[in-house]
Design a protein. Structure first.
Length: 143
């Protein structure tokens, strides 16, 4: 059994006010860093990691609201009192499974080209994003 690892998120820049709703964008990555190490993580443990890392005395309602907003705006999923990583899939696995859904048992050059274009389109719209070798849910651009 692997020992439990505790995340140590990076400190926020001095100009980020955790209680200000405009700081949600800057809060996303440190939250993802914690969840990637400790997933699934109880929301109270997440608040504790943030308090310790950022020197916050108390996580009040405004800070909780901003953290919850940052969770919603990230690739994280909150299920009840737990937060987990949304996970990802390789581009090859995604296109293979998509082809199977349409009843294609193999992907010829035409199908491969079309599926690759669809993946690129989803990435350009922000619906999915590439993280390392994985495709993960993104935050779509609203037009």
């Amino acid at each position: 059994m692997e020992p439990y690892r505790t995340a140590s998120p990076a400190r926020l820049p001095y100009w980020v006010d955790v209680s200000d709703p405009s700081s949600r964008y800057q809060l996303r990555q440190p939250l993802v860093d914690i969840v990637e190490v400790e997933s699934p993580v109880h929301i109270e443990v997440l608040y504790q990691r943030i308090r310790s890392a950022w020197g916050i005395g108390r996580v009040g309602s405004r800070i909780r609201s901003n953290i919850n907003g940052a969770i919603k705006a990230s690739k994280l999923i909150r299920e009840g009192d737990f937060v987990r990583d949304a996970g990802g899939v390789s581009e090859n696995d995604l296109t293979a499974e998509t082809a199977r859904l349409f009843g294609w048992t193999r992907r010829g050059p035409d199908i491969t080209l079309r599926l690759d274009r669809l993946v690129a389109s989803l990435q350009s719209k922000g619906a999915i994003m590439k993280v390392g070798e994985e495709l993960r849910p993104g935050t779509p651009h609203i037009e």
